[in-house]
Design a protein. Structure first.
Length: 218
C-alpha cells in the first residue's frame, strides 16, 4: 500500500518524506489556502521533496478552463498529478489528460458508480472520501470495498483507489483490508500509526534491563 501525505504544510511534508515512508502528496484548495503560500510555488516546493505524485487541484469548474489550468500545473514539475472534481466536466477533462499521458486524480468521489466513471475516464487515481461519508452516517469503508470489487471485475481498469478524507488509523486499516492501493493521510495520522502503548511499555522494560548489563554497543 502506498502512503501519501494530505497537507499543504511544507515542513510536515519534508519531515515525513525524510522517513522514507511517504510515496506522494495530495493537496486541495482548502489545504493550499491554509498554507498561506502561493499555489504554484507551493506545488513546486513539494515536488522537490518527493519523486512520487503530487496532486494539485484545478480551480475551474468548466472543462476547457480545467484543461488550461492543467497545462499550467503540469508545467511546474514532472511529478504533478492533476486533481479534478468528479463532475461531468472533470471526467471529460480526465479523459483528455489521461489519453495524453498526464497523471490524474479524480477527487470528491462518494459513490461506487462515480468511481466506475473515473476508471472509464482513465484516471490514474480515484479518491473516495471516507471520512465525509462517515460524517453523514454512511459507511466510507464499505465504499472502498465496493470500488475494489468493481475494479477487480474488469481487468482493463488501471485506476488506483486512493482512500481520502481519512480521520483516524481505523480508516487506514479499513482501506488496507479492502485492498485500496493508496491512502492519503493527514500528518498526525501517519505518526499515530506507529504508536502502541505496549510498544512504549515494552521498550522501556528492555532499556531498563539493558542498563543493568553496563554494556554499550558503540
Ligand atoms: C484528498 O485528496 C483530500 O485532500 C482530503 O483527503 C480531504 O479530506 P477532508 O474530508 O478531511 O477535508
Amino acid at each position: 500500500m502506498k502512503f501519501f501525505v494530505d497537507t499543504g504544510d511544507i515542513n510536515e511534508i519534508r519531515e515525513l518524506c525524510d522517513t522514507g515512508l511517504v510515496d506522494g502528496v495530495t493537496t486541495n484548495p482548502s489545504l493550499v489556502a491554509s498554507s498561506g503560500k502561493d499555489f504554484k510555488e507551493l506545488i513546486g516546493d513539494i515536488c522537490t521533496l518527493t519523486t512520487g505524485h503530487v496532486s494539485a487541484e484545478v480551480l475551474a469548474t468548466d472543462y476547457r478552463t480545467m484543461l488550461k489550468e492543467a497545462d499550467v500545473l503540469s508545467a511546474i514539475a514532472d511529478n504533478v498529478c492533476i486533481k479534478l472534481p468528479l463532475t461531468p466536466d472533470g471526467l471529460k477533462a480526465c479523459k483528455v489528460l489521461s489519453s495524453n499521458g498526464i497523471a490524474t486524480n479524480v477527487t470528491l468521489c462518494f459513490s461506487a458508480l462515480q468511481a466506475l466513471l473515473a476508471a472509464k475516464a482513465g484516471a490514474t487515481y480515484v479518491s473516495p472520501f471516507i471520512g465525509r461519508l462517515d460524517d453523514i452516517g454512511q459507511n466510507g469503508g464499505d465504499l472502498i470495498a465496493d470500488i475494489v470489487t468493481i475494479y477487480d471485475n474488469y481487468e482493463d481498469y488501471n485506476t488506483q483507489i486512493l482512500a481520502a478524507s481519512i480521520r483516524g488509523p481505523q480508516h487506514v486499516l479499513d482501506a488496507a483490508l479492502s485492498g485500496a492501493h493508496v491512502a492519503t493521510l493527514p500528518p498526525k495520522i501517519l505518526r499515530q500509526m506507529s504508536q502502541h502503548p505496549l510498544t512504549d511499555k515494552g521498550l522501556a522494560g528492555f532499556m531498563k534491563d539493558w542498563e543493568q548489563t553496563g554494556q554499550s554497543l558503540l
